[in-house]
Design a binder for this molecule. Structure first.
Ligand SMILES: [Fe+2]
Length: 246
């Protein structure tokens, strides 16, 4: 499996806070069947002002060396989870987005909306991003109460071909019934491109992709569920040159 969304790069955001736990999380991910782990720290200037491409790249290389030394058999890559906001335009213009990869010539990245709202103008910003040659992947829409209440508000993003990534924990009921319900609905409507762990820590939000896939399989079958952590994700990662791997 490829896990395209996680906060396992230690001590850079609200994810895992120390190296020991980060290594333990990777070992759990390997046990779970993850062969490729994408580390996606928050890119959100108001909250994590030091998280930029250069600093995260440095931290990533240090961490990857340690993981190699420890002999943990997992392929690591760095991307980021970019919070929607007016500054995203500038980040794109200055090539300061930690790109995930490329899809049909469009540079892909994870785009996060606030946890409780869909800011007015989000669709306009996404339109600008599409016109700028990027493809934002909307992460965990099922956890947003606005989309839970009005799933049709996802339509503009889907019409712009934005892939949706849902969280494994949502399918397991970890984010409440409404999140689970919307996650299942999106799966059944074939609107989901990827399932990811969005793992943050060992205790409350551990690597759990395998369980998420099993839960998805109950609704859409094993074969289709498996593509959401393999081939579908791989498509969004094509064009390795855009990845911040140094
Ligand atoms: Fe995240």
């Amino acid at each position: 499996m490829i896990d395209m969304h996680s906060h396992i790069l230690p001590a850079v955001d609200d994810g895992v806070s120390n190296l020991k736990d980060a290594l333990a999380m990777l070992r759990l991910a390997v046990k779970d069947g993850v062969m490729e782990q994408i580390l996606t720290p928050h890119i959100h200037q108001a909250r994590y002002e030091r998280n930029n491409v250069e600093r995260l790249g440095r931290k990533f290389r240090e961490f990857r060396d340690i993981v190699e030394d420890q002999g943990i058999p997992i392929d690591l890559h760095l991307a980021g989870e970019v919070r929607i906001g007016p500054e995203v335009r500038e980040l794109v213009e200055n090539d300061q987005i930690p790109w995930l990869g490329e899809w049909n010539g469009h540079k892909t990245f994870l785009l996060e909306l606030p946890s409780n709202s869909v800011p007015v103008g989000s669709d306009n910003l996404v339109r600008w991003l599409r016109n700028a040659g990027t493809l934002p992947i909307i992460v965990h829409p099922e956890r947003n109460p606005v989309f839970q209440k009005f799933p049709e508000k996802l339509t503009p993003f889907l019409q712009m071909d934005c892939p949706l990534q849902i969280t494994a924990g949502s399918l397991l009921g970890r984010f409440g019934r409404p999140a689970q319900k919307l996650a299942v609905q999106l799966l059944k409507e074939d609107r989901v491109t990827a399932i990811a762990s969005d793992a943050h820590n060992l205790k409350y939000r551990p690597p759990n992709l395998g369980k998420g896939v099993k839960a998805a399989a109950k609704h859409i079958g094993r074969e289709r569920a498996a593509t959401l952590v393999t081939s579908s994700v791989f498509d969004l990662l094509m064009g390795d040159r855009h990845r911040m791997v140094c």
